[in-house]
Ligand binder design. Structure first.
Ligand SMILES: C[S@@+](CC[C@H](N)C(=O)[O-])C[C@H]1O[C@@H](n2cnc3c(N)ncnc32)[C@H](O)[C@@H]1O
Length: 232
């Protein structure tokens, strides 16, 4: 049956989001996200162009990673800053306690902490960060959750918000479906193609995002939704 890319596929749920999915497959999925992210997510480039220029030598700056999964992007961001002689204290949160249990059990340095929480919990605590990031989070959200997340990010961030995600398109689906088969024993085989079907197009994001937010293309078949706070 032909896949319809004219709208988001929000009725089908990703296997990794099911509360009763197989735990060992879920843990293998978190483990393989590191390779998948290295191949397609482009965070090294985002760090170089959008994070590092705003880091100030001698000052510890803070970053919140929302929906951290296995925690590899959070760990890499802290490590890249450290290697550049800069200090970035990273808080990584996920709605799913299974992700946090996995992430916290991996070798991690003292500048990264993991916590099971929603962005709204941190807003209620009055927390603020210099950066707020996410990777492959937006496509997990309903329209209402997306709007609430952006509102939370505006309150949580005194600097730059950077949400990186896939772009929905037939070509991305055709190219990434074979790639997802390279991750046997994980949910990536099923969830990868579905993630593209659940993703926003750039035009949808631009239409949904409130004033002050911007969408820019990222290679390959991705976008970066950004916000620059005016409140230091
Ligand atoms: C596809 S995974 C991506 C994980 C990681 N960021 C990466 O790129 O490897 C999406 C993660 O977002 C989490 N998530 C979904 N909705 C969330 C929400 N509202 N708040 C925080 N985390 C959420 C899920 O539990 C899942 O671990």
């Amino acid at each position: 049956m032909a896949v319809d890319f004219s709208r988001r596929e929000v009725s089908a749920r990703e296997r990794m989001d099911e509360p009763d999915c197989d735990l060992s497959t879920l843990r293998r999925t978190y483990a393989r996200f590191e390779l998948l992210n290295a191949l397609v997510s482009g965070w090294r480039r985002v760090y170089r162009t959008a994070v590092r220029p705003a880091l100030i030598p001698g000052r510890t700056m803070t970053l919140l990673d929302i929906g951290c999964g296995g925690g590899d992007v959070a760990r890499h961001l802290a490590a890249w800053a450290r290697r550049d002689g800069l200090r970035l204290q990273v808080t990584a949160i996920d709605a799913d306690a299974r992700a946090i249990t996995y992430a916290a059990a991996q070798p991690t340095s003292a500048d990264v902490t993991f916590r099971a929480a929603l962005s709204g919990d941190l807003v209620r605590e009055g927390q603020r960060f210099d950066f707020v990031t996410s990777n492959h989070l937006l496509h997990h959200l309903t329209g209402e959750e997306f709007t609430a997340l952006l509102r939370d990010c505006e309150q949580l961030c005194r600097g730059r918000v950077l949400h990186s995600d896939l772009t929905r398109s037939a070509l991305a689906y055709r190219l990434f479906t074979p790639l997802s088969l390279a991750f046997p024993g994980t949910f990536i085989r099923e969830d990868g193609p579905l993630s593209i079907r659940r993703s926003f197009t750039r035009a949808e994001l631009a239409a949904l995002a409130p004033p002050g937010w911007q969408v820019q293309p990222l290679f390959p078949f991705r976008h970066l939704l950004t916000y620059q706070s005016v409140h230091a």
